[in-house]
Design a protein around this ligand. Structure first.
Ligand code: NDP
Ligand code: MG
Length: 388
């Protein structure tokens, strides 16, 4: 029996993970859900506690915590609050794997705590590696924890390098759907609405990553994520637009061979692989119908039209504190766009300005990462207030 925790269980990856747990249990791979965490969607959390009977659930929103504390669950589920609650359950060291499905910077401390406590992490929260890749890599060297990617592209690469020597990997190609504005004229992007930006052609995901996919910042964050996961230089990581989202990424080997991983765009497949890694377990998830697909096409991304991808490459190359600034300014800009306060094209403008005003510094510990994150957030709020 594998025992897991799911941080961010009420979100898109969290709910998909619980769907995978149901399927694995049906297919003779027993998984017990020991801990859950959520923020504001308490109705979903209540249903999850009733169905999966975890020992404890951590709630981040104060109202949600009060509401859940008032409920007497048949399995006596303990209700804990916020980051301290999450640290408390991680320190018990009684799960085999934690699925980190938190969104944004909020996922960083849980990733670090798991590694410090020797708990394996199935990482959906790419932002952890973007802001603290070097620090996390160092911690992993001193820990028995493994970091297993959930992101479909990184799962594809992990699958392609099984049985291979990393020395023979000469590069990787991350595929990107191109998002909802792949065919939109660059001049029209300033007019696109939140509703249009939230309509992803192939994937159903949380709001933040859906906007990141529309700006291509998501692919930029994935470049930085791949750099740390697979110990690559930035120039060994290429991005290709592949609108069908069937090939999830490719690895190039020194002899000129390429390996790719294919499947329908369904996060349950990489989530399941992260839970059962390195084993594969049967599933009934949809298979691609290659005949009706007819075409698998590829294009080079347009860096002029999607400056976020370019800025992510630049931040990855510059290293030090730049990726923290990139991530924080993006998080705030996406939040302002979703709140209707700025235009779609202002997202890139705000990030560019914040990066330009930042003076690089070395990150020595978690506190220095938090400090730079805070500086960048404040800078974006101030700059956005005078934007229009
Ligand atoms: P969602 O917004 O759907 O879910 C986020 C989860 O985190 C929810 O459980 C939410 O709680 C919780 N949460 C949000 N803010 C906080 C906070 N400040 N403190 C504590 N908990 C918080 O996001 P996704 O599931 O789409 O994405 C999660 C991560 O996975 C992201 O890093 C994303 O980039 C990555 N990812 C997602 C993919 C997808 O298909 N969705 C694909 C690949 C990667 P509540 O809902 O209760 O408020
Ligand atoms: Mg991805």
């Amino acid at each position: 029996m594998k025992s897991i925790s799911i941080f961010g269980s009420t979100g898109s990856i969290g709910c998909n993970t619980l769907e995978v747990v149901r399927s694995l249990n049906r297919h003779g791979y027993p998984v017990a859900v020991k801990y859950l965490s959520g923020n504001s969607r308490t109705e979903i959390m209540i249903q999850q506690i009733r169905e999966f009977k975890p020992d404890a659930a951590v709630v981040f929103s104060p109202e949600g915590y009060t509401e859940l504390k008032g409920i007497s669950f048949p399995n006596k589920c303990e209700i804990l609050f916020g980051e301290d609650g999450l640290k408390e359950i991680i320190s018990r060291r009684d799960t085999d794997l934690a699925v980190n499905a938190l969104v944004g910077f909020s996922g960083l401390v849980p990733t670090i705590e798991c590694i410090k406590n020797g708990v394996d992490v199935a990482l959906a929260n790419k932002e952890s590696l973007v802001v603290a890749g070097e620090f996390i890599t160092q911690l992993l060297k001193q820990s028995k924890s493994k970091l297993i990617p959930v992101d479909s592209e990184h799962s594809a690469i992990l699958q392609c390098i099984q049985g291979e020597s990393l020395k023979e990997v000469s590069g990787i190609i991350l595929t990107a759907s191109g998002g909802p504005f792949r065919d939109t004229d660059a001049e029209q992007l300033q007019y696109v609405t939140k509703e249009e930006a939230l309509k992803h052609p192939n994937w159903k995901m949380g709001n933040k990553i859906t906007i990141d996919s529309a700006t291509l910042m998501n692919k930029g964050l994935e470049v930085i994520e791949a750099k740390w996961l697979f110990t690559l230089d930035t120039d060994e990581i290429k991005v290709l637009i592949h609108p069908q989202s069937i090939i999830h990424s490719l690895v190039e080997f020194s002899d000129g061979s390429y390996k790719a991983q294919l499947g329908v765009p369904d996060m349950k497949i990489p989530i399941q692989y992260a839970i059962t890694f390195p084993e594969r377990i049967r599933s009934e998830y949809e298979r691609p119908d290659f005949v009706s697909l007819r075409n698998l096409t590829f294009e080079v991304p347009d860096f002029g039209k999607f400056p976020c991808l370019k800025m992510a490459y630049e931040a990855a190359e510059a290293g030090a504190s730049y990726p923290v600034v990139l991530n924080a300014s993006n998080e705030v800009a996406v939040e302002l766009f979703l709140d209707g306060k700025i235009k779609f094209t202002d997202i890139a403008e705000l990030i560019r300005n914040t990066l330009d005003h930042h003076e690089s510094c070395n990150l020595t510990d978690l506190d220095s990462v938090k400090e730079i994150d805070k500086w960048a957030r404040n800078f974006v709020y101030d700059y956005a207030s005078v934007l229009h």
